[in-house]
Structure formats: C-alpha cells, structure tokens
Design a protein around this ligand. Structure first.
Ligand code: SF4
Length: 163
C-alpha cells in the first residue's frame, strides 16, 4: 500500500496520503497539479531514462554520473523538501532491495537547484521508522479527518475535502 507519492504526502497531510494510497484520484484540473505536470514534462528532456514505473514507484528519471547511478526527482519548488527527501530515500531503499545501488537528487529546475540525497545507515533507520508510521496510517479502515492547513488551497483534494 505504501508508495513514493504516499510517502511524500504523509509529510504534509495524513488524509491526502491515505486518499492516494487508496487510489482515489485528485482533481486532475487543479492548476497546481497542471503546473507540476508541465514542469515534469519540459525539464531535462534529454537526460537519462524518464518516467520509470516499478511497484509503488514512479521515478522521474534515472541517469549516470560517472560510475554512479542517480535517481532524480523533479519538484516545482523547494517548499516540501523534507517530503521529497523522504520520497527519494524510499526509492533508493526499494531499489537497493532489488540489487540497484543508487544515489538521489532532488531537482528543482525553476530554482536552478539540486539537492543530493544519500541512503546511509542513519537514513535507513529514519526511513524504516517513517514506513512503520506510514503503514499504520495507510491501513486505517477510514480516511483520516480533514484538517485545514495552508496546503489545502493548493491540494488536488481541496474540492473533495471542503466543498
Ligand atoms: S485538502 Fe487539505 S485536508 Fe484535504 S487532503 Fe488536501 S491537504 Fe489534506
């Protein structure tokens, strides 16, 4: 049930993470989602392998830098950097379990910024604790209560939650 998107959302809103994990689609016409899709499509068009789908993972790009395999996650801004870091750690962890050792990069083209993410022992422990929490929340029989936050305004479930 845990996916990279649910991990990212869980750092912002438990309800959103639950909805994603239960495959309840957000409003696709939400302008913030559209901007996100546009940035994903238009950025780094010639770099590496794009849109790699594996169970629970939708990796934006994989490329080589010297001898190192890099998993790149494209973001609109550095606003939810902690969530993006956790999402990338999850991808690196799942890839390592499948025998692929890689390093991560959060790529923020509009800010011309890249943030390195490495999966060491400390990060593994941190992620494993986070995944325990994720499994507990995502397997709840009912969607968690809505909570109004500054994020709701830009969230793809705004109509679902508040109209
Ligand atoms: S609209 Fe607000 S409460 Fe509803 S899922 Fe989004 S962030 Fe969570």
């Amino acid at each position: 049930m845990v996916t990279g998107s649910a991990v990212l959302s869980l750092t912002v809103c438990e309800r959103e993470a639950w909805l994603i994990a239960h495959q309840i689609e957000p409003d696709q016409s939400n302008p913030y989602l559209e901007v996100g899709r546009f940035i994903h499509q238009e950025s780094y068009p010639k770099r590496g392998i794009r849109e790699v789908s594996l169970p629970g993972m939708k990796i934006d790009m994989i490329f080589q830098q010297g001898k190192v395999t890099i998993v790149g996650e494209i973001k609109k801004s550095s606003k939810f950097l902690e969530g993006a870091r956790m999402q990338l750690l999850y991808y690196l962890y799942e890839l390592e379990k499948r025998g692929v050792k890689a390093s991560g990069k959060i790529m923020i083209p509009r800010e011309r910024k890249q943030v390195e993410v490495r999966l060491g022992e400390t990060e593994k422990e941190e992620l494993e604790k986070f995944l325990e929490k994720a499994e507990r929340i995502l397997s709840l029989p009912k969607v968690p209560e809505r909570k109004k936050t500054g994020f709701c305004r830009k969230c793809g479930y705004e109509l679902f939650c508040w109209s």
